[in-house]
Design a protein around this ligand. Structure first.
Ligand SMILES: CC(C)(COP(=O)(O)OP(=O)(O)OC[C@H]1O[C@@H](n2cnc3c(N)ncnc32)[C@H](O)[C@@H]1OP(=O)(O)O)[C@@H](O)C(=O)NCCC(=O)NCCS
Length: 154
């Protein structure tokens, strides 16, 4: 019997040409998605923008800022049909590794209180909730708070 080898996803730099694919994912999974301008600005600003590619197809991405010993994870996303298969965990691990390589001693991120999936993921990695930013996010009715999480990096 021959073994079936599953192709591993690859981390690659995000390019302007990737933005159609990235936005298709972004628009499908967020109630208030980032715009093309948000991604273009991040690329232009030199933030660490990475895609997670499986068999040539983008199935996830992250945007990270690392400076002055701190990293901020601005966006971490997995396409809806690839969620719950370990990709979010694998991509978060890559973002943490990159943060360490950039000299960050801790990582910060914000998450909506309604985003149970992301909070569960970050909790499993040892992130701690340290603050609440009142009315940080736009919501369907008014605004939604942001929970601020942090993780010290070994
Ligand atoms: C959050 C997100 C990145 C997780 O990606 P994922 O590929 O599904 O994550 P994993 O498969 O690695 O899941 C790891 C763990 O996270 C938790 N988790 C993931 N999805 C969950 C869900 N829908 N409900 C509850 N817990 C969930 C579980 O503990 C899960 O482990 P398990 O599958 O063994 O139970 C993904 O759901 C996503 O892209 N969501 C939309 C965008 C988003 O909210 N990004 C974060 C913004 S701060």
């Amino acid at each position: 019997m021959s073994a079936v080898l599953k192709e591993a996803p690859r981390l690659e730099p995000m390019r302007e040409d990737d933005l159609d694919e990235v936005l298709a994912i972004e628009n499908a999974i967020y109630t208030h998605p980032w715009t093309r301008g948000n991604f273009s600005d991040s690329l232009r600003a030199g933030y660490d923008c990475r895609t997670w590619r499986l068999s040539g197809e983008i199935i996830g991405y992250f945007i990270l800022i690392a400076a002055a010993g701190e990293a901020h994870l601005l966006n971490l996303s997995i396409a809806a049909r690839h969620q719950r298969s370990g990709h979010g965990s694998a991509l978060l691990r890559e973002a943490l590794d990159l943060s360490r390589r950039r000299g960050a001693r801790s990582v910060f991120l914000e998450v909506r209180p309604s985003n149970v999936a992301a909070q569960a993921l970050y909790g499993r990695f040892g992130f701690r909730r340290i603050a609440v930013r009142r009315g940080y996010y736009p919501a369907h009715f008014g605004r939604e708070d942001a929970l601020v999480y942090t993780l010290p990096l070994a």
